[in-house]
Design a protein around this ligand. Structure first.
Ligand code: ADP
Ligand code: ASP
Ligand code: MG
Length: 438
């Protein structure tokens, strides 16, 4: 069994759905195909939800109508015959009726999650209709029947495994399954999701659950590049990454992969391939257990970071001081990314500032607190880069013009991270590219 995940741009146009149908029928191996929403849809649904939360029903209604027009035009091109066009129209009617009903319901977080789930439901149902018209046998699976997270938002791998096995068992003889990425049920049984970009995570969790031979992530670029191609010119695809390298890059901001999508592959030991739907024969990136070479592989950046400095000449050297600080973050379920210490201060960073006010209030008991928002973590990743000669010198020589706020080196052998102001990010990525790769 193999898992193939297609992202928003890969399903965003009717002709792309036709291309996917070719890719998934190329070889005989049984497959679970995971689809994202059409590109732009989850953003549109987020806006609809935000408008409702603010009580701006008119804007929400305008957005729903614009989205419906987009889908009506999409299905006209997707299918040929009246029968399948009518089927597609019925699917749109069902989901847009729901969106119009929510305009009359009072807003809640649960409703927000229901709204966000419409994208993946629509894309997989439309794709299924396309496959039916093409006479390609397949089974449409509801991710909400097997994908679940616990009270902490963590996937319940064992439950997913059992439920999915039962569903597949009920369809013995079938070899092609289509399901939704991103969406799941939470501990209360409500519709929820795996956060933005979560379809990659769905795919690797499904691959773990069915012991897939490979998890293929099909997107709009030839695999992981050595720097952010949206910001830096002449970036190059990387043919091979270890799980550790890929996990660091995904966690520290390479948008091509959801931050959590590598751990299931690492834990259950199946390879991940990043491939390009627009250029299916390109090599892409193979991610597996070992690394094929030492040295710097890639640079990535993560935005919207908040740095917190706790200054306390009195207590820093005392036993248990760091523990007390960490307990505050634990209490507010806020994870720390970077940390540096000196004799009089501790600096650390968080990317989730939901409880920033509460955290600062509690930290004030330990010393003076300074916070800097809108920071970026830039990470330089590669196997055993901590041993690479002159690397630190090259990094700092490249960044003489950039004020560096924090540096983290030696935490892992595969990563050097620096904290800079978000407004310096583009320049930092470009300068590092020049210094390390050119
Ligand atoms: P999908 O909709 O298929 O999930 P995403 O937009 O989530 O696609 O991810 C692919 C995009 O990630 C690329 O188009 C590219 O602009 C961006 N990206 C950012 N950093 C990298 C990187 N290091 N390597 C490749 N792509 C990257
Ligand atoms: N559709 C969701 C998003 O845009 C999930 C995904 O694309 O992976 O975030
Ligand atoms: Mg994505």
């Amino acid at each position: 069994m193999k898992v193939m995940k297609f992202g928003g741009t890969s399903v965003g146009k009717p002709e792309r759905m036709a291309e996917i149908s070719r890719l998934i029928t190329k070889e005989d191996e049984p497959k679970i195909v995971v689809l994202s929403a059409l590109s732009g849809t989850t953003n549109a649904l987020t806006e609809i939800s935000d408008s409702l939360a603010k009580g701006d029903r008119q804007n929400a209604k305008n957005r729903i109508d614009a989205l419906e027009d987009h889908y009506q035009a999409f299905i006209k091109e997707l299918v040929k015959s009246d029968v399948f066009y009518q089927k597609a129209k019925d699917v749109l009617a069902e989901h847009f009726e729901f969106l119009n009903i929510i305009l009359k319901i009072s807003y809640s977080e649960a409703l927000n999650k229901d709204i966000l789930a419409q994208g993946e439901l629509l894309s997989t149902k439309m794709f299924s209709i396309y496959l039916q018209e093409e006479n390609i046998p397949h089974v449409w699976l509801a991710a909400l029947d097997f994908m679940s997270i616990d009270v902490f938002g963590e996937p319940q791998v064992q439950n997913i495994k059992v439920k999915l096995a039962n569903l597949l068992e009920a369809h013995q003889g079938d070899t092609l399954f289509i399901t939704q990425g991103y969406i799941c049920r939470n501990a209360k049984g409500e519709v929820d999701n795996l956060k933005r970009g979560g379809s990659d995570y769905s795919a690797s969790l499904i691959a773990a659950a069915v012991h897939a031979s490979v998890c293929e992530i099909w997107t709009d670029i030839n695999g992981m590049h050595n720097n952010d191609p949206r910001i830096v010119k002449n970036t190059k695809p990387i043919q091979h990454l270890s799980f550790d390298e890929a996990a660091e890059l995904a966690y520290f901001g390479a948008k091509i992969l959801h931050p959590a999508s590598i751990w299931p592959a690492q834990h259950f030991n199946f390879p991940v391939r990043l491939l390009n739907t627009m250029e299916p024969d390109a090599a892409g990136t193979l991610i597996e257990g070992h690394s094929d070479s030492e040295g710097v592989k890639a640079i990535a950046a993560k935005d919207s970071i908040t740095a917190i400095k706790i200054k306390s000449s009195r207590m820093l050297l005392a036993y248990g001081f760091l523990r007390k600080i960490f307990e505050v973050f634990e209490k507010y379920q806020t994870s720390i990314d970077m940390i540096t210490t000196s004799e009089v201060a501790v600096s650390l960073t968080i990317d989730n500032d939901t409880f920033l006010k509460e955290i600062i209030k509690e930290l004030e008991m330990f010393g003076t607190i300074e916070t800097d928002r809108n920071q970026s973590i830039v990470s330089i990743v590669g196997y055993h880069i901590s041993k690479t000669q002159n690397l630190l010198a090259k990094v700092f020589d490249s960044l003489t013009e950039i004020p560096v706020r924090m540096v983290s080196f030696g935490g892992s052998q595969h990563n050097i991270s620096i904290l800079i102001s978000q407004e310096d990010k583009e320049k930092t990525l470009q300068l590092l590219n020049k210094g390390l790769f050119e």
